[in-house]
Write a protein that binds this ligand. Structure first.
Ligand code: SF4
Length: 427
């Protein structure tokens, strides 16, 4: 019996797909490409209306390419609007998070490969087993959010904050590392709130890991994303080198007026100070953020403030999203919608700025020594992919083949062809 898992969206979805991968493999499925699969699971995202549309397009495409497959939709859109997903040309079944953990219970008999009367549950609420289909493993240690930023549908899809017990998370980490994994990304919907429901916090959890795995270590950790006002939880682990030199801290807007309307817990100057402090303390650190453009009422002046802040700060990249109203959120009721052409123009301006910032960051990285993770997969030109701690995606440039899934000291060189990624060579 063959299955395929297609994942949209964030690193938490990837961690949950990994748990599903492990569970379905255990139940006897061969996991591979959607082509010719008996069962296909699409793990959807619903963070923007564009993501909703993409989920429907993907389902249609999967259905057309695999008319005989049993198609299951899970993830945030399946949680929020399952009725949108089940139709003859779309999915056969939509499962919420609990349902996905018991997916074999819901499948037709022909798809229960070992005729299991008590099929295993997959516990995708927290990924228990790494799926070794990628070099890096996403370990989900936190789920849910209670921040209710006014534009965000995630708290409705994901529910209240909950964390994986530190000792359980630690033993999962040990299992992942003992399988030879060299980079683990700790993920969560609101990662900076890790442990608050258990009377602990992210700093203590990272300290626990540092005590368990003393330096020098043959692996590195990375954090998926931290709210700017919660970065302090990570400072010791960044300093000690337990964490890769990379922080992703959503900004969303550089205008105080808009930040307040968004319900974000910081102002422009707070963000500015936090990022400048980080850059001063840690030097060549990769600093990324998300920006939401065209929030209701965003004036030209508000947008300019965002642009100027992004231009000024030592950020290495940013992800730009046009605002779209999400049903059930506060902002969906806000007046003063920004016309689409204005949003498009603003998105383009920021994407252009992002290109400039990425290029500027790269030039600061060429003289440095990096720890590169050689990935298992090759790029379309057949070259090994190398990921640095500072989140630069390079390709292997030296004639001697590297060993996949190893961390090695590399230097980066400008690509020979314009538009190609930088090249990595042994240090
Ligand atoms: S912190 Fe805000 S943006 Fe992030 S998941 Fe929670 S509500 Fe959404």
């Amino acid at each position: 019996m063959r299955a395929a898992i297609v994942t949209m969206g964030c690193k938490v979805n990837q961690a949950e797909s990994a748990a599903l991968f492990a569970g379905l493999s255990k139940a006897g499925y061969d996991i591979g490409d959607p082509v010719g699969a008996d069962l296909i699971v699409l793990n959807t995202c619903s963070v923007t209306s564009k993501a909703d549309k993409e989920a429907l397009t993907l389902l249609r495409r999967l259905r057309r390419a695999n008319p005989g497959a049993y198609l299951v939709a899970s993830g945030c859109l399946a949680q929020l609007s399952p009725e949108k997903l089940v139709a003859p040309n779309l999915a056969d079944l939509a499962l919420d998070a609990k349902g996905r953990d018991h997916i074999l219970d819901y499948l037709p008999k022909r798809l229960n490969p070992q005729k299991l009367t008590h099929p295993p549950t997959f516990d995708s609420s927290f990924s228990a087993v790494p799926a070794p289909y990628k070099t890096r493993v996403f370990l989900k240690i936190q789920d849910g959010c209670a921040a209710y930023c006014s534009y965000c549908v995630v708290p409705l899809a994901r529910g209240p904050e909950r964390s994986l017990e530190p000792q359980v998370a630690l033993s999962q980490l040990k299992a992942i590392l003992s399988a030879g994994v060299r980079e683990v990304v700790l993920t969560g919907i609101h990662l900076g709130r890790y442990g608050q429901d258990l009377g602990t916090d992210l700093r203590r959890f990272l300290a626990l890991i540092a005590t368990e795995f003393k330096a020098p270590r043959n692996f590195r950790l990375r954090l998926s994303s931290l709210e700017p006002n919660e970065i302090f939880w990570a400072s010791e682990a960044l300093e000690s080198g337990l964490l890769a030199p990379h922080i992703h801290a959503p900004l969303q807007s550089g205008s105080d007026r808009i930040l307040k309307k968004m319900g974000r817990p910081y102002l422009r100057d707070d963000y500015r100070r936090i990022i400048l402090d980080l850059a001063q303390k840690f030097g060549p650190l990769a600093l990324g953020c998300d920006v939401l453009v065209g929030f209701p009422g965003e004036s030209h002046k508000d947008f300019q403030q965002t642009y100027l802040l992004l231009e000024e700060l030592p950020l290495s990249y940013f992800h730009v999203f046009p605002y779209s109203p999400r049903p059930g959120t506060k902002a969906a009721e806000f007046p003063e919608r920004i016309p689409d052409p204005v949003k498009k123009e603003r998105v383009k301006a920021l994407k252009d700025l992002d290109k400039v910032k990425r290029a500027a960051f790269l030039t600061t990285q060429y003289p440095l020594k990096h720890l590169g993770l050689v990935e298992n997969t090759l790029d379309p030109k057949g070259r090994f992919r190398v990921l640095t701690g500072s989140y630069i995606r390079a390709v292997w440039g030296a004639p001697a083949k590297p060993v996949p899934n190893t961390l090695i000291a590399v230097r980066l060189k400008e690509p020979k062809t314009v538009g190609d990624p930088p090249e990595a060579y042994p240090w």
